[in-house]
Design a protein around this ligand. Structure first.
Ligand code: NAD
Ligand code: SER
Length: 315
């Protein structure tokens, strides 16, 4: 059996994806890599800068890797601060992996896109799979370009590349890495630690979000569905759960009645205003049977259970 390599394994998604893959296929069949040192238990870890093409090829051959999950990227908020670094990492990293697939060294690629591919001219409610896409952020521009290249490499060279436009992801194992949707993770930490939260988005800002367990299931399902079922080679819309800061804080108050939230919008408000409020995922449901499990209520329950254990909070 050829192995799976996760690149950017120490990040918010990588931490859960590595353990999800190890549970499903065995730790010996997964290789975790990141530019930062990491520890993924029984899963072997290798240091790797995705921009170092030579080392990438050496490690893929050394470990008999068939599938690459490319997660290394700069996210929306950080990318606005470092536009050129974001463009370089988000694009060159993808090209390095696509070119190795073209050369026959890699068999299959997962590359995540984002709701950030949409922009202010996109219909914001129930955003369709195919619609106007004029992103206004560095991150969104890089994700849209990445989607076009993935489809191009599939059509032109037959590369088996698969992708999801993740909504904002909510998890407790690793902290998020510089996105606009990070407030919906931070709020749970601050609720438990301080009983209050200062939000950088307005209270009525609706964004599509998803609990990490659903995102990992979607990723592994998509990567293991028969190739003929994959009709979209740019990236699939997934809806997740749409909610606002007011709604998540109301849910938190069911656990912490004195919890309070205040609003001090910053530059991330402008980014959030350019993204969809809700997403239409019917294509993913039709093509590969996607179904979301968590809603705001069950996600909040799972987040508090996970964080209380992680932060050793006893009630
Ligand atoms: P993250 O910032 O938490 O993790 C990224 C990881 O990549 C980090 O561990 C970092 O050390 C590593 N990295 C950075 N530069 C590297 C390099 N040159 N070589 C190798 N590794 C490097 O990000 P994440 O939230 O886990 O996101 C992973 C992917 O999913 C990204 O492509 C992101 O755009 C996409 N995505 C994430 C979300 C979300 O809500 N988390 C939503 C949509 C799309
Ligand atoms: N969660 C990501 C961000 O906010 C969306 O891709 O950047």
């Amino acid at each position: 059996m050829k192995k799976s390599m996760v690149i950017g394994a120490n990040g918010q998604i990588g931490t859960d994806l590595v353990s999800g893959l190890a549970q499903r296929f065995g730790a010996e069949n997964v290789i975790a890599t990141d530019i930062r040192e990491g520890n993924h238990g029984d899963v072997q870890f290798e240091s790797l800068d995705i921009l170092d093409n030579e080392t990438l090829e050496i490690l893929i051959k050394k470990h008999n890797v068939g599938t690459v999950y490319l997660l290394a990227a700069l996210l929306s908020a950080t990318a606005e601060q470092k536009p050129m670094a974001a463009w370089k990492l988000n694009m060159d990293g993808l090209f390095n992996v696509l070119e190795l697939a073209k050369a026959g060294t890699i068999e299959k690629i997962f590359w995540p896109s984002s709701i950030a591919v949409f922009g202010p001219t996109t219909p914001r409610d129930n955003t369709p799979q195919t619609t106007v896409m004029e992103p206004s952020t560095v991150y969104g521009i890089s994700k849209l370009a990445g989607e076009r290249w993935c489809e191009y490499y599939h059509n032109k060279y037959g590369i088996d590349v698969r992708s999801i436009r993740y909504p904002g992801l909510i998890s407790y194992k690793a902290e998020p890495g510089g996105g606009t949707t990070d407030y919906a993770v931070d709020i749970y930490y601050k609720a438990l630690q301080d009983g209050k939260y200062e939000c950088y988005l307005e209270g009525d800002t609706y964004l599509p979000m998803m609990y990490m367990e659903d995102a990992i299931k979607a990723t592994i399902d998509l990567m293991h569905v028969d190739e003929e079922k994959i009709k979209i080679r740019s990236s699939y819309n997934l809806a997740g759960i749409s909610f606002s800061p007011v709604e998540i804080s109301e849910e938190i108050k069911k656990y912490i009645p004195d919890f309070s939230i205040s609003y001090t919008p910053d530059f991330r408000q402008v980014i959030a205003n350019s993204w969809p409020k809700s997403i239409n995922e019917s294509q993913a449901c039709k093509d590969w049977g996607w179904e979301n499990s968590y809603d705001l209520e069950s996600m909040t329950k799972a987040m508090f259970a996970g964080l209380e254990e992680k932060l050793s909070i006893t009630k």
